[in-house]
Design a protein around this ligand. Structure first.
Ligand code: F0G
Length: 459
């Protein structure tokens, strides 16, 4: 096959025109945006790899399903269809829609966390971490040590360090741990998967210490694809069967449907236990809506129901994951330092090794992000100093993050392999002249979540 990758298992029925700008135009636009790609208009971007969240293309079946939406306030037919789909994939009988993933996290954390409790996981996503802290909890990341080394090769880099989990359970398990959370795949270390064997062992430990186990299932189907491909005994299993086994080890899940739900907005929680579901419903009524819509339109629940089924189709997943792997391979061929092996939804460039001549204080990840926009109209995101550096409240000194990564997140079913080639060519052009990258200084920042709105100038 062309470029030796899996071909698209679909053809294009509706197109959205893209505007191509000149380098001169982009120079002006990015300067006006204060060298922060969050401040650009999406129209001025050629290929948008800011996120894979809520950016999927829906299929003809999902668009057709929208017309079947039942917008009843209570007892909507669309809810029951969605619930049946989720129960089939997860085995969890009790389903509660939410408006997106972090809303489900809000309810789960408010329900179960008391101040001072420890909440371990392999590696919590940022919004999860924030919700845990907001409820007075202490988030703990127990990922294996290879998971934190961009260059360490491991087929399941988001696996849980079982020794650390056992120690944590011994120390705090007696009422001090509200739940254990496994994020599949793990966004924060590069979209890395967790193996079935590791999940099974972690679940056994949790059961022994009577700590409930939940999944952050945002990219569950991609995780199941990796299990099918890399773990012995799963090579000929249907993705939905692998998912059923995976979820069977847990007590429930929270999900951002904006990823493997193949829709543009939505989320849900699902539970094995009716009493927990009832408690979640009480909070849902306040924060989200009546439990049979929870912030989602009936039509969106219909599209999600179809999307969840399509996301577990192995030909879809194979194209999806191999497209990301293809981008990674093109970059690696010329020595671009990336997180290996590439994850399911994105390629993460190791900015620290890409631009060694720029000091960490001069935002080398952001410098690469700006260069990528100038080169090819491509939007990536800096997961480095601009997002994670913190000032020590005692010494006033800046604490820099251990990892400085630039994420190229690939939206689902949106870009062709030619687009991916444009991305690869743009990164490679910058890499060949990387010593010309210039550092940045931050000239405006908001007190919280500064990366969204901050402004830079060249040093
Ligand atoms: N969990 C994971 C693993 C995520 O990646 C995200 C969102 C969430 C939870 C929160 O879900 O956005 O629906 O509220 N990740 C997005 C991203 C924002 O770009 O990776 P949400």
């Amino acid at each position: 096959m062309t470029n030796s990758i899996s071909p698209e298992p679909y053809k294009i029925k509706m197109v959205e025109p893209l505007r191509q700008t000149t380098r001169e135009e982009r120079q002006k636009l990015i300067a006006e945006a204060g060298y922060n790609v969050f401040n650009l208009r999406a129209e001025d971007i050629y290929i948008d790899l800011l996120t894979d969240s809520g950016t999927s293309t829906m299929s003809q079946f999902q668009w057709a399903a929208l017309l079947l939406g039942d917008e009843s306030y209570a007892g909507s037919r669309s809810f029951f269809r969605l619930k049946d789909t989720i129960t089939n994939i997860t085995g969890y009988p009790y389903v509660l829609p939410t408006h997106q993933g972090r809303a489900a996290e809000n309810i789960l954390t408010e329900m179960l966390i008391r101040p001072g409790m420890f909440v371990p996981g392999n590696m919590h996503f940022d919004t999860t971490k924030a919700h845990i802290k907001l409820k007075g909890g202490v988030p703990l990341d127990l990922v294996i040590k290879q998971g934190l080394d961009p260059e360490a090769f491991h087929p399941f880099k988001a696996n849980i360090d079982l020794h650390r989990l056992e120690r944590t359970l011994q120390e705090h398990g007696d009422g001090g741990i509200p739940f254990f959370l496994i994020t599949v795949t793990c966004n924060n270390n590069g979209g890395q998967p967790v193996s079935m064997d590791n999940i099974r062992s972690a679940a056994e430990l949790c059961r022994r210490y009577k700590v409930p186990l939940f999944f952050d299932a945002a990219r569950f189907a991609e995780n199941c694809y990796f299990i099918r491909k890399r773990e012995s005994g799963y090579g000929d299993k249907e993705i939905v069967r692998i998912a059923q086994e995976m979820f069977s080890y847990g007590d429930g899940c929270v999900m951002s449907s904006k990823k493997d739900g193949l829709v543009n907005i939505g989320g849900f929680m699902a539970f094995k236990d009716h009493a927990l579901y009832q408690r979640a419903c009480q909070l849902a009524v306040i924060y989200e809506g009546f439990p049979t819509y929870g912030g989602m339109a009936g039509r969106d629940m219909e599209a999600l129901s179809v999307g969840l089924q399509e996301a577990t189709d192995v030909s879809y997943l194979s194209f999806r994951i191999e497209q990301v792997a293809y981008l990674a391979k093109r970059l690696q061929e010329e020595g671009v330092p990336i997180v290996v092996p590439p994850g399911g939804h994105a390629v993460y460039i190791n900015a620290r090794r890409f631009a060694t001549h720029i000091p960490q204080s001069q935002f080398r990840g952001q410098a690469l992000v700006v260069a990528l926009y100038l080169e090819g109209g491509v939007r990536a995101v800096d997961l480095g100093t601009s997002m994670f550096a913190e000032e020590d409240s005692d010494t006033g000194e800046t604490e820099y993050p251990a990892l400085e990564l630039v994420r190229l997140a690939v939206p689902r079913r949106v870009y062709t392999n030619t687009h991916i080639d444009v991305v690869a060519e743009s990164v490679l052009a910058i890499y060949r002249n990387r010593e010309q990258l210039k550092g940045l200084k931050m000239v405006y920042e908001a007190p919280v979540l500064r990366h969204f709105t901050c402004r830079f100038e060249y040093v």
